[in-house]
Design a protein around this ligand. Structure first.
Ligand code: ACM
Length: 541
């Protein structure tokens, strides 16, 4: 059956199958409307089956329901699927569980169920099984950086579908960075007029001498965002937006020079950054900046219902603050020790501001430096250490250590990998990732909300490159995030690899340009484009 992520319990009732046909009906219980819509739309397109409304008691019916007894047993994201010779019953602990069950059902129908139109002569059958399944973690995330290279809306919607197919439920949307601002903010129109495009782009690692002289840009209108958020919600995916402050902000400063450290540099001369690395041009810690970003976040809260709002906080170079009389005066006025304290104050301001509006702040683990704001949660990316410290201090944590789940890192050694960046993180390396580090007590481990894979796009200029870096490793990640193992059991990578050969046929049907196990296809290579491979095993792994 080769389901990925592997269900918690699978029991074969017998050797046979239930065959679906044009008269197969769909019985839709309370709470099942969304999954019924999705099944008719997606499976209906792939199979050509109309799935007409039916009575749940009849034969040849796929029965969908939500049952509080299953909620108690398997949680709201859990489901039970029973396939008998006469029909099937899919029951969710909640609407989300039912939807994840529908994803399993689609996998059981075979790879052609992932196409968008029926192939001639296909029959559709389900093995006679009972599957009981529920996730170990409530946060099963994918971060996509659309700032370094813009991904047009269609690509984002496609990624949400790909996430759903892997039972991932949090889309961390990295919307701003030095190289681009990607979300329309009505009260600050220059953020997109100026900040959403750059004149040219470094090709490859920043040490490369190649440039793409074609302007690069794009942004999502507020209606685009509403569409993306609604599309995600229909798939039980929460979109967590990220506006990166106070570092990674050169695009915003290029649009509104008053946001920068004007007493240190001439910020009117800045443009949206065209190369990679960490820009020294960071936000000025002034009231002007705070009010400006409160306005940004006000519009964001209207667009994104997510409880968590990501404020970045990573890699804020402090050199300009050290040299800025304004920043130094603020340090003195606040009575904080140094520039780290200034950053903690800046992040703390938005922690308070978001809390007052019923939301919660999340930031990269640098927000621990200088003191963590009271309500803040942490995305632990520089290994597990930040997450461990935060969980021990009673803060919630999402584990996304770069040593395991940074999918911009190359997938194999060798010169054929396109624009090889960082350490080698193979499919197996990602599969060996465990979100909860053993040094946490059970009480502390409860603060680990889950895990996330991160896709930074400096060297991913288009959707094909994003596919190549993301897949098949995202499938390994999805299994780890769905099903944490008891300490007594080893993960079976050989078994996973075997299931992956079936899963690759699903990805083929979906049109995903994943990295083949034997290495890149000729057109997936980028000969002559400089990367920055690092040899050896990442530290802390
Ligand atoms: C990060 O990778 N700078 C969060």
């Amino acid at each position: 059956m080769d389901v990925i992520p592997e269900p918690v319990r699978t029991h074969r009732h017998g050797p046979g199958f239930w065959e679906l046909g044009p008269r197969t009906g769909l019985s839709v219980g309370k709470g099942a409307d969304g999954t019924a819509r999705w099944l008719r739309g997606t499976l209906g397109a792939a199979t050509g089956l109309p799935l007409p409304p039916a009575d749940g008691d009849g034969d040849d019916v796929l029965r969908l329901s939500v049952d509080p007894a299953v909620t108690g047993e398997l949680g709201a994201e859990g489901y039970r699927l029973d396939v008998l010779p006469t029909g099937a019953h899919l029951v969710g602990g909640g609407p989300a569980g039912l939807f994840w069950g529908a994803q399993t059902l689609r996998q059981l129908l075979g790879p052609d169920a992932f196409r968008r139109a029926p192939l001639p002569g296909r029959t559709w059958r389900l093995p006679l099984v009972r599957i009981e399944d529920s996730p170990s973690f409530g946060w099963r995330g994918l971060m996509l950086d659309v700032a370094r290279h813009f991904m047009p809306k269609e690509g984002v919607l496609r990624h949400l579908d790909l996430m759903a197919a892997h039972k991932l439920n949090v889309f961390h949307f990295h919307l701003t960075d030095d190289q681009g601002w990607r979300v329309e903010i009505e009260r600050h129109p220059r953020l997109t007029e100026v900040g959403s495009w750059r004149a040219r782009t470094k090709t490859g690692h920043r040490a490369s001498e190649l440039w793409d002289e074609k302007p690069h840009g794009g942004f999502y209108t507020q209606d685009d965002i509403r569409e993306i958020v609604a599309f995600a919600a229909e798939r039980h995916i929460t979109v967590v937006p990220e506006i990166d402050v106070p570092g990674h902000s050169q695009a915003a400063i290029a649009a509104y020079p008053e946001l920068g450290n004007t007493d240190v540099i001439d910020t009117t001369s800045l443009s949206v950054w065209d190369t990679w690395g960490i820009s020294p041009n960071v936000l000025a810690p002034t009231d002007t900046t705070l009010r400006f970003y409160e306005g940004v976040f006000e519009e964001l809260l209207d667009l994104f219902p997510s409880e968590f709002i990501h404020v970045g906080g990573d890699e804020c170079l402090k050199d300009q603050w050290r040299r800025s009389p304004t920043a130094q005066a603020r340090i003195a006025e606040l009575g904080v020790r140094d520039e780290d304290g200034l950053q903690a104050w800046f992040i703390g301001h938005f922690d308070t501001w978001l809390s007052a509006r019923g939301r919660r702040l999340i930031g990269w683990d640098e927000i621990l430096e200088g003191g963590l704001a009271p309500g803040a949660a942490v995305s632990s990316w520089r290994g597990y250490a930040g997450g461990v410290a935060a969980a021990r201090a009673g803060h919630d944590v999402v584990m996304c250590p770069e040593q395991y789940v940074y999918l911009d890192h190359r997938q194999a050694p060798g010169a054929d990998e396109p624009v090889p960046i960082g350490y080698v993180l193979t499919l197996e390396d990602v599969y060996r990732f465990e979100p909860v580090p053993p040094e946490l007590t059970p009480e502390q481990a409860r603060h680990v909300l889950g895990a996330q894979a991160n896709v930074w796009t400096e060297v991913m200029e288009d959707a094909g490159r994003v596919d190549y870096q993301t897949f098949p490793r995202l499938a390994a990640f999805a299994e780890v995030a769905w099903s944490s193992l008891p300490a007594s059991r080893e993960r079976d990578f050989a078994g996973f690899e075997r299931r992956m050969s079936a899963h690759c046929r699903r990805l083929d049907a979906l049109g995903v340009a994943y990295r083949p196990p034997a290495g890149p296809r000729p057109w997936q290579r980028r000969p002559g484009v400089l990367g920055r491979p690092i040899e050896g095993t990442p530290p802390n792994r």
